[in-house]
Design a protein around this ligand. Structure first.
Ligand SMILES: Nc1ncnc2c1ncn2[C@@H]1O[C@H](COP(=O)(O)OP(=O)(O)O)[C@@H](O)[C@H]1O
Ligand code: SF4
Ligand SMILES: [Mg+2]
Length: 350
């Protein structure tokens, strides 16, 4: 019934076949590295995979510096994947300049954290929205003004907003403008990278509600990047937890929030302000991607760490309901879990 929209290719030994048989992908996790002249390469994503299905909202959660934005940017072709293949609607995403993006890829849109930097301060917003329609040749010129008014209405802005400049809007309104810009391309998938982080709490809730309503009303799938598990719990059907450039746990949000298995997920959830307002966060810091810890990268901060955790990255283990985890505590013999078999139908990717 549903078709995988975006697949960040999973690792060989823990591969889950795609739900749609026509979908191709290779057998490696996605990696993203930054080359720096005269300095060490930064391997910001060192093994992550996830799948977003048609109309689904998937959360990508982890502390700052875990590689979420690098993975999100690679998914829209703004940063090349140094290993693995990213497939959108069955076709590989290749790095392209934003303007040169093909019409197919225009249906995959990224909404950034900072609405200030993404709008041209010298052009009226109506003209900027019309530009998007023109570049993609989505509508004849005479239909564009009406479509701009329609887009503004969809995101809760008055039609006369088209005649104003970006600085005449509040932060929340500017974020609405960016969402209107993303919708102009009639996307089937929106990747939203911390789109509410810069906003106050009330505005944040309004924007989250807007995104959720739009996703539902137009069957737009969404990959929602955040460091806030509270937002994931409100918005996302599925979630992938990322630590130090690697995926560590994934599955249905309700299941993961109720029964987190990975110690990192448990600690992320435990220090959420709603549950424990006094906790500042998880003790310690996310390691640098230049010299990450061996084995399970969480071991220096993990209260359950043991010798085996330092030796090798734990294998992914997936339960029948698709709840997948990479932690030695679940590698051998947790009765309700099994190791994935590449020939079986898909579960969540980790
Ligand atoms: N353009 C870049 N060049 C070098 N290092 C980068 C670049 N972008 C991100 N990084 C590094 O990669 C790691 C992951 O960053 P990022 O993907 O932004 O994580 P997150 O979005 O989870 O905060 C960080 O250590 C960051 O400093
Ligand atoms: S593998 Fe070991 S260090 Fe990593 S989360 Fe599990 S128990 Fe903790
Ligand atoms: Mg980020």
């Amino acid at each position: 019934m549903s078709v995988a929209r975006l697949r960040l290719a999973p690792v060989g030994e823990t591969m889950f076949p795609p739900r749609a048989p026509f979908l191709r992908y290779d057998r490696r996790d996605v990696e993203v590295s930054y080359e720096r002249r005269g300095r060490e390469r930064v391997r910001a994503v060192a093994g992550a995979s996830l799948t977003v299905e048609r109309g689904q909202i998937v959360g990508l959660v982890g502390e700052s510096g875990c590689g979420k934005s690098s993975l999100a940017r690679a998914a829209v072709g703004l940063t090349p994947a140094s290993a693995g293949t990213i497939l959108f609607e069955g076709r590989a995403v290749t790095p392209l300049r934003r303007r040169a993006r093909s019409r197919e890829l225009a249906r995959l849109q990224l909404v950034f954290q900072n609405p200030y930097s993404s709008l041209n301060p010298r052009r009226k917003v109506g003209a900027q929205l019309a530009d998007a329609l023109e570049i993609l040749d989505l509508l004849p010129r005479r239909g564009r003004r009406a479509r701009v008014a329609e887009l503004l209405e969809l995101v809760g802005l008055p039609a006369n907003a088209a005649q104003r400049y970006p600085h005449q809007f509040s932060g929340g309104q500017r974020q609405r403008l960016l969402i209107a810009g993303a919708l102009a391309c009639r996307p089937t998938l929106v990747i939203a990278d911390e789109p509410t982080t810069a906003l106050d709490v009330t505005t944040q809730l309004q924007i989250l509600k807007l995104l959720r309503d739009l996703a539902r009303d137009f069957s737009v799938a969404m990959l929602f990047v955040t460091h806030d598990f509270g937002v994931v719990a409100q918005l996302c059907d599925d979630v992938m937890v990322m630590y130090a450039g690697q995926s560590v746990e994934a599955g249905a949000t309700a299941e993961i929030v109720e029964r987190p298995r990975h110690p990192y997920t448990q600690m992320l959830l435990a220090c959420h302000p709603d549950r424990a307002p006094d906790l500042a966060g998880i003790p310690g810091t996310v390691p640098s991607p230049i010299a990450p810890p061996s084995g399970c990268r969480f071991h220096p901060r993990c209260p359950s760490a043991r010798e085996a955790c330092r030796a090798a990255r734990p294998a992914a283990v997936v339960a029948a309901d698709g709840h997948a985890v990479r932690c030695v505590l679940f590698e051998h013999g947790a009765p309700q879990l099994r190791t994935p078999n590449p020939d079986e139908p898909a579960g969540a990717d980790v």
